[in-house]
Design a protein around this ligand. Structure first.
Ligand code: ADP
Ligand code: MG
Length: 248
């Protein structure tokens, strides 16, 4: 079980695809409220790791604990989302014909059918929370605009807002700044940093400047296991890490 203060605990996780080990005895410990960056060359196993945490992929062996005593490997994908793990994929998947606010309402409802029944009838507390999320993602002025007309960066922030509507404890974010302008990247760094503390955030990202700007702790994956872990300065000066990245 989890030591005090841990939100996620992966132990000796292995995943094979046709005999190829995508994850090889992976260990990962995330503290509650932490903002962690996961880096590593293509094929290192980053997406597979996210898939294991969210229940999309079943590992061949190992264990995965969440919160105080939730065995993630005993749950299916929807049940894992329900215990408070939200995942944002690389490509934004907002509902373009709906407004920003409607997208957030829909995310709170969970699906379109439920949303249609409670649309416009949020409780005071739910309305306050929605306003808070709008403020956090910086889209208050856009609340009545259609999601389809937002910039790429704004769509990404809306999708993070949609995840927040489910009040997750742990947020998994895959390459949030791909395709963003420098200014959008700075804004995203602020947003993810402000989420940490109240939430635990795990970010997979290739952009090293971005990682440097947000991360307190960085985990380097290579060939399905942890190659190095520590501050950005520590992992960057690690000869094994330098070798892996130069060899790419
Ligand atoms: P990353 O996200 O770090 O680039 P992935 O987790 O996507 O790496 O992939 C790790 C390795 O596992 C890669 O070599 C990839 O080709 C392989 N892999 C991932 N998913 C599958 C799958 N569904 N079937 C076969 N091989 C896969
Ligand atoms: Mg990947």
């Amino acid at each position: 079980n989890l030591t005090h203060g841990m939100i996620l605990y992966l132990e000796e996780i292995s995943v094979s695809f046709d005999g190829f080990k995508a994850l090889n005895n992976l260990n990962l410990y995330i503290e509650a409220g932490e903002l962690r960056c996961i880096i590593g060359p293509n094929g290192a196993g980053k997406s597979t790791m996210m898939d294991v945490i969210t229940g999309k992929t079943r590992p061949d062996s190992g264990s995965a604990w969440f919160g105080q005593n939730i065995d993630l490997l005993a749950l299916d994908e929807p049940a894992i989302a329900d215990v408070g793990i939200g995942r944002k994929f690389q490509k934004p998947s907002v509902f373009e014909p709906l407004t920003v606010e409607e997208n957030l309402e829909l995310a709170m409802a969970g699906n379109k059918r439920v949303w249609h029944t409670f649309r416009g009838r949020l409780s005071g507390e739910e309305r306050d929370y929605l306003d808070q999320v709008l403020l956090l993602i910086g889209l208050v002025p856009e609340r009545k605009r259609l999601a389809g007309v937002l910039s790429h960066g704004q769509k990404q922030w809306l999708e993070i807002g949609m995840l927040l509507m489910q009040r997750p404890q742990l947020l998994l974010v895959d390459e949030p700044v791909a395709g963003m302008t420098h200014q959008e990247m700075e804004r995203t760094a602020e947003l993810l940093t402000s989420l940490a503390g109240e939430h635990s955030v795990v970010v997979v990202e290739h952009d090293m400047d971005f990682v440097r700007s947000i991360a307190k702790r960085v985990t380097v994956l290579h060939q399905g296991s942890v190659l190095a872990e520590g501050s950005m300065a520590q992992v960057q000066s690690d000869p094994r890490v330098i070798e892996v990245y130069l060899g790419e």
